[in-house]
Design a protein around this ligand. Structure first.
Ligand SMILES: [Cu+2]
Length: 356
């Protein structure tokens, strides 16, 4: 598509009519006070600690192959390191699938779990035949060892998910979920972000090092390991590095059993989309905390206006500890990430190597 500028011009002093004209960008006149409508390709999101897949595109269909299985994942540095989880391609959350509006999505799932499963594509507009609800829209779930193909058209852009819809209480809470992000082919340059991060909120209970995740822990809602993208803050590997002036998007997905009040330090943000639909600009406001109930999605955006090491964390106090324990010198762990503005002093590496 050819880049264009919208030019607002006052025509005639009597009429003072407002005329919106489209001219080639080469003309370059009188655009200083007008919003640009130049169209650009959107930033492809990254999912810290998790792979991003663009799949294989052929004749308008984008194909992804996934294998569901049980495996061991590093989720924390203390007081345990690893858990047996269920996920896709040896990752929980599974790889982030990135596709573009208007494409046909094809997902070929191989089931190497110890039990039958299905995939549901949350809020992505699948027809009922591909809705993946065991016993209802998919009467026969995918048997152990079998392969099954889902396919449907992605009619609109948004932040969505894929997750098991078979024995959800067990399979989702053991980790069978991931992002499906559908991007517009082009967007206004003024709406493009510099950084685009996807963050899945999960919680795990397990009795001991390396144990299988327990979906029904004793006590009500006692999930002692709260994670973003399958890792507590201490095990996240380092800061997320951003620059002053950047516009940053966070795509949040609550894949856990409980609600999370996500709070950003240092700068306000705006909710720009909720549960797969954009929020019009006129309805946005500055915020510092956003609560996500189970299964909710919120895209937030902020402009990096202040240098520092700013944490982004769940404000439920229990969710910033690892099984009731704090991090290095009392730092928050659990459902926490650290944004570092490049050029500012570094966070102590001891935060990321602390083992209790
Ligand atoms: Cu929380």
């Amino acid at each position: 598509m050819r880049p264009r500028l919208s030019v607002l011009t006052f025509v005639g002093s009597l009429a003072a009519a407002l005329v919106v004209a489209l001219v080639p960008s080469a003309a370059g006149t009188a655009q200083a006070h007008t919003p640009t409508s130049k169209m650009v390709r959107p930033t492809v999101p990254t999912t810290p600690s998790v792979n991003t897949r663009l799949g294989r595109k052929r004749n308008g269909t984008r194909t992804f192959r996934l294998t569901a299985s049980q495996f061991t994942q590093r989720i924390a540095n203390f007081p345990i390191k690893t858990a047996k989880v269920w996920g896709y391609d040896n990752s929980t959350p599974g790889p982030t699938l990135v596709a573009y509006e208007g494409e046909r999505l094809r997902v070929i799932l191989s089931n190497r779990l110890p039990e039958a499963t299905t995939i549901h594509f949350h809020a992505a507009g699948a027809p009922n035949s591909n809705d993946g609800v065991a016993g209802i829209s998919q009467p026969k779930p995918i048997a152990v060892g079998a392969t099954y193909t889902y396919s449907f058209k992605l009619r609109r852009a948004g932040t969505f998910a894929y997750h098991s819809h078979t024995r959800s209480a067990v399979q989702e809470l053991r980790g069978l979920d991931g992002f499906l992000t559908v991007l517009p082919r082009r967007q206004r340059a003024s709406e493009k972000v510099d950084r685009d991060y996807a963050m899945a909120l999960q919680q795990f209970a397990l009795p001991e090092e390396g144990a299988l995740v327990e979906p029904f822990p004793p006590g009500s809602g006692d999930f002692p390991f709260s994670t973003i993208n399958g890792k507590t803050g201490d095990a996240s590997g380092g800061t997320l590095n951003i620059r002053l002036g950047d516009r940053v998007k966070l795509r949040l997905y609550n894949a856990s059993n409980l609600s999370h009040s996500m709070h950003l330090h240092g700068m306000p943000f705006e909710e720009v989309a909720k549960n797969g639909y954009a929020i019009p600009r006129s309805a946005r406001s500055r915020e510092t905390v956003v609560n996500l109930g189970s299964g909710e999605f919120v895209d937030i955006e902020f402009k990096v206006t202040r240098p520092g090491n700013w944490i982004f964390h769940c404000h439920v106090p229990h969710h910033t500890s690892n099984k009731k324990l704090d991090g290095y010198n009392g730092a928050p762990v659990g459902m926490t990430r650290v944004f570092h503005t490049i050029g500012y002093k570094q966070v102590s590496p001891k935060y990321f190597s602390f083992e209790g």
